[in-house]
Write a protein that binds this ligand. Structure first.
Ligand SMILES: O=C[C@H](O)[C@H](O)COP(=O)(O)O
Ligand SMILES: C=C(OP(=O)(O)O)C(=O)O
Length: 349
């Protein structure tokens, strides 16, 4: 290596455990496999319309504290069982945060939230939490942002999102073509829907790309293609959840001979990042479904134990328990209320 031309902007390279080593530390039993397998299968059935329930991806904007995430999962499991006739509730367990510029990039990248970026510890904490949630019998949903970390944890996700900032990325499309779960593609941050539709078409094809294998060796991955995909409307310059937006997307997809199956993200630009406004979005979806809409197959809600958000304090003893450190979230009680109202309204149809 010639230091005059290489690694000019790299300070340190650090080896970490391999995917297989991490999996040995947090092995799966039958119960975990059953949770993920059932979750993946039911979501595929919701996508193909053979299961008429609505998929609800509900949980914190980001996981930053394992204790509050476990408490949230326990509560959500009780609610999921209670609403299981109308909703298939999956917990949002987001460990990787895409940032508009800079900011905390999530539990895997910086588990101690102090810029120490102990990624190996982040991977361990993430896997330990996913195993715990699977043990509860609650399926988990994640965003696949990093394209190597799925080798460490993706086996525990029943549904996967590709975010607004990466839907157009070839690397993310390559990776998604090999994922075992249903994958949802967000529209772009500017509201561009076409990039999500292009992603669905790209991901249905097989691809060949360089990644790592479970032993941590560089490998060429040959994928089969993944047709279990859908679009996620998350708003852009303006919200895009109302009946006229949904109808326009239905037409676009139908013109391309794609069966329209649409998830609506009640958060992000659909609620102007005001958690309390997610209720307005969900209420519109309930009306649309009650009025006969058949293409809306799911929604996403950002929710934590307690309402709001906080910035990460330098003295972490000042962190408020169960409050988001990224986007604003609804508190659990408000989440339960709007989910119950949604179920009541779609049952009136
Ligand atoms: O979902 C979380 C945020 O909206 C996303 O990560 C972007 O956050 P930022 O604009 O605060 O960087
Ligand atoms: C970052 C997220 O959303 P988006 O990609 O829509 O901004 C998210 O869901 O956490």
């Amino acid at each position: 290596m010639d230091s005059r031309i290489e690694n000019l902007n790299v300070s340190v390279e650090q080896s970490i455990i391999t995917p297989i080593e991490l999996k040995k530390m947090y092995p799966l039993g039958e119960k975990h496999i059953e949770t993920v397998n059932n979750g993946q299968t039911i979501i595929k059935n919701i996508l193909n319309g053979s299961d008429k329930r609505i998929l609800a991806v509900v949980g914190p904007c980001s996981i930053h504290d394992i204790k509050s995430a476990k408490e949230y999962a326990q509560k959500l499991k009780v609610l999921a069982d209670d609403l299981k006739d109308d909703l298939f509730i999956v917990m949002r367990v987001y460990f990787e945060k895409p940032r508009t510029t800079v900011g905390w990039k999530g539990l895997i990248n910086d588990p101690y939230m102090d810029n120490s970026c102990e990624i190996q510890d982040g991977l361990k904490q993430a896997r330990e939490l996913l195993v715990y949630i699977a043990e509860l019998g609650l399926p988990a949903a994640g965003e696949a942002l990093d394209i190597v970390t799925p080798q460490y944890i993706q086996d525990l996700f029943s549904w996967t999102a590709i975010g607004a900032r990466t839907t157009e990325s070839q690397s993310h499309r390559n990776m998604s073509s090999g994922l075992s779960s249903v994958v949802g593609f967000k529209n772009g941050t500017d509201g561009n829907i076409d990039i999500a539709i292009n992603a669905m078409q790209a991901v249905a094809a097989s691809h060949n790309f360089v990644s790592i294998n479970p032993e941590g060796k560089v490998a060429v991955i040959h994928t089969l293609g993944n047709s279990n995909t859908h679009i996620i409307l998350r708003g852009g310059k303006k919200p895009n959840f109302e009946a006229q937006h949904v109808a326009a997307i239905e037409k676009k997809l139908t013109d391309l001979e794609i069966v329209p199956r649409i998830m609506v993200d009640c958060s992000h630009a659909n609620c102007y990042k005001k958690a309390g406004k997610q209720e307005v979005v969900l209420s519109s979806l309930a009306d649309q479904i009650a009025n006969g809409n058949k293409s809306i197959m799911g929604f996403m809600i950002e929710s934590h134990l307690n309402f709001g958000k906080q910035s990460i304090p330098s003295d972490q003893s000042k962190l408020k328990y169960g409050v988001s450190v990224t986007d604003e979230c609804l508190d659990f009680e408000a989440t339960e209320k709007i989910l119950r109202e949604f179920c009541d309204r779609i049952c009136e149809k």
